[in-house]
Ligand binder design. Structure first.
Ligand code: F6P
Length: 360
């Protein structure tokens, strides 16, 4: 049933991803065409409670932002309204306050752009309060099960592939092994896609616990074949057989900050092979930069589709990309499973057929 909509809000939750601004622009333009007032909430939900926390997203305000990185609304991965941390370090539930404030400000619906964490928040808001919300999937990690692709992933893969292209000649010149750590907390999509496209010799993913023996054997085989350099890609969430994912704790309410596996793998390679090895962490470079044409188009399609759902009063859904185009899935379906690399996927098989070592 179509809803009566006059004023909507859009926010971006969690880490940024290239394409966020394109979604925001599509929401603003598609909303304006329907005669709605569109506002952006700054810094997740925080802006609802701040003096200058709302930005009127009229047509002029979103001009020229489709191809820009970051988010004009600012990002925030600390603002879970169900688990607000007070100055005394106590966790409290601020969700009812948020819902009240939202209607006090005259909003009829929210478009929430986010990854698994932000979408779980949105699901709780919908389940508990029937909050009028539509989700848009975002994460460079591409680990949301209900959508083929999240925006930001393609750009991250491009950035990582470009880095591998640049590392190859220096590795070759010095007869070295280069170990490159890419993002991918629970799923190895970035490592797998960039590793294949960038002609890596070894790719280590969270889905396949690796052995240093297998990795070193691959490097020594290349040595024996006269190729005295190798490129190893390792996802931040990868771990050795029987070992732990590496990272450090952050303050309450935040994910462990992953990192350190490239250094560990590099040390292991030197110990096993005697080869000179260097490591580097691509880190947030993968979240920055201009979105690729694929990500821009996907973001614009997601933003426009989210507005259509709101116009139809179809709340509690997330827009998703499938073989048949954009469709709406329930927030339940959107958040109940991670999308990890299937061990029988053709891309993984491609890596094996190319002789890439996956550490097993
Ligand atoms: O957006 C997902 C992600 O890039 C993960 O791959 C990574 O572990 C995490 O974000 C890092 O986030 P931040 O440094 O912003 O806390």
């Amino acid at each position: 049933m179509a809803a009566t909509i006059r004023r909507i809000a859009v926010n971006t939750g969690g880490g940024d991803a290239p394409g966020l601004n394109a979604v925001i622009r599509a929401v603003a333009l598609a909303g304006a065409r329907r005669g709605w007032e569109v506002f952006g909430i700054r810094h997740g939900y925080l802006g609802l409670f701040q003096e200058d926390g709302l930005i009127r997203l009229d047509v002029d305000r979103v001009e020229g932002i489709t191809n820009t990185g970051g988010t004009i609304l600012g990002a925030n991965n600390r603002g879970n309204p169900f688990r607000l941390v007070t100055e005394q370090g106590v966790i409290e539930d601020g969700s009812a306050r948020l819902v009240d404030r939202f209607s006090e400000l005259g909003f009829d619906a929210l478009i929430a752009i986010g990854g698994d964490g932000s979408l779980s928040i949105v699901k709780q808001l919908y389940d508990r309060y029937q909050f009028p919300v539509v989700g848009v999937p975002k994460t460079i990690d591409n680990d949301l099960d209900a959508t083929e692709y999240t925006f930001g992933f393609d750009t991250a893969v491009s950035t990582a592939t470009d880095a591998l292209d640049k590392l190859q000649p220096t590795a070759q010149s010095h007869d070295r092994v280069m170990v490159v750590e890419v993002m991918g907390r629970y799923a190895g999509w970035i490592g797998l896609h960039a590793g294949i496209a960038g002609a890596a010799d070894v790719i280590l993913l969270p889905e396949i616990p690796f052995s240093m023996e297998a990795v070193s054997q691959k490097i020594m085989e290349r040595e024996a074949g006269g190729r005295h350099y190798s490129i190893v890609v390792v996802a931040e969430g990868a771990a050795p057989l029987g070992g732990q994912v590496l990272g450090k704790e952050q303050e309450t309410g935040r994910n462990v900050l992953l990192g350190g596996i490239a250094e560990q793998v590099a040390a292991g390679i030197t110990a096993h092979t005697g080869k000179e090895t260097r490591h580097l962490v691509l880190g947030h470079l993968q979240r920055g930069g201009q979105p690729t044409a694929f990500d821009r188009l996907l973001s614009l399609r997601f933003g426009a589709a989210a507005v259509r759902l709101i116009a139809a009063g179809d709340f509690g859904k997330m827009v998703a990309l499938t073989d048949h185009g954009i469709r709406a899935v329930s927030l339940e379906e959107a958040t109940n499973r991670m999308r990890r690399v299937p061990l029988d996927s053709d891309v993984l098989q491609t890596a094996r057929d190319l002789g890439i070592c996956l550490g097993d």
